[in-house]
Design a protein around this ligand. Sequence first.
Ligand code: EPU
Length: 344
Amino acid sequence: MALRIEHSVPLSTLSTFRMGGVAKEVVTIFSEDDLVTLFGLLKTDRKWFVLGGGSNVIFPDVDCDALIIRVGIEAITVDESDTGTVVTAGAGASWDALVAFTVTAGLSGLEALSAIPGSVGATPIQNVGAYGCEVKDTIVSVRAFDTVQKEFVEFSNTECQFAYRDSVFKHVANRYIITAVSYKLTKEKPKSPQYPGVSEYFEKRGIAEPDLYDIRSAIIAIRGTKLPDPAHIASVGSFFKNPIIEKSQAELLKEKYPTLAVFPVSDSLSKVGAGSLIDTMGWKGKSFGSISIYPHNALVLVNEGGATKTELQKVVDAITFTVKEKYGIELSVEPEFVSEELLT
Ligand code: EPU
């Protein structure tokens, strides 16, 4: 299939937070050859920006001269060998369609990451994670087009430099375009996620040894109570990362504020639930103009319609400031804020 070019596309229709100006041109590529053709034609000074499912980006409300590139490569292949099963998915495949496919195929490794919106290509960038599982646990390699050398390269798991919601791809912006990701999965019995809420879900239903379908159903049900469906409510899921702080500081905070969610990370570090920090300030369900805090989860900001970047930034600053003032903890935002400079 040849590349597809669309003109004058509102970025609000391509991002789940539904903010942004109008993109002059959006091009969708359907094969690696398309990408080579595109970069052969593209003027060297033309700015470009790769957009996946749009479920973790915040666009500024300015019109966009940069070329928006979407990767429409969706094929899923399975490679069985003596060392295991590797599933490779095109970057444009829907993440949850891939998870559903692996569950149906009896392959374990991705089931705890069910119902996460977005595309496969975005998963290594921010090392997507949920319910005690991160994509770094299964990714064997990431294939990408190096727009500088004009060649395809493979990153091994180690070369991806994965960390909590982080990878090398966040630090070399606008060089690599991910085209496919390979995950190593297993046919062994799945391990039930050791995460608050999940074991309770199975206990309640008398499921002693959950299979892949049970785990997927549990995660879909649990996520549904805490995270809005992007088809109906404009959000990007968690808006802040969970801060990692010194264990001693976490213990002092927990003594003073017993409802804070604090989890061990290592002998000296603890993770604090950013949602619980915002929740204990009593902000759940509050509205600030067009931005509100989701009534079921204080970590989720909602665009009630027509929110501007300035309005959003004010709410983000107010949350960050008050959390810092009350708890001495610096919050950092989780979605990618696209700068005006990148787009204009
Ligand atoms: N909590 C509150 N009040 C709230 C929200 C949360 O007290 O308003 C408490 C919860 O009761 C729980 C703790 O905070 O004790 C953690 O909450 P939860 O289990 O919902 O997870 P989270 O830390 O808020 C993270 C990921 C999610 C992922 C879930 C499940 C980040 C930034 N977020 O959220 O990922 O789905 O764990 O594993 O790490 C995303 O990245 O967009 C995302 C949704």
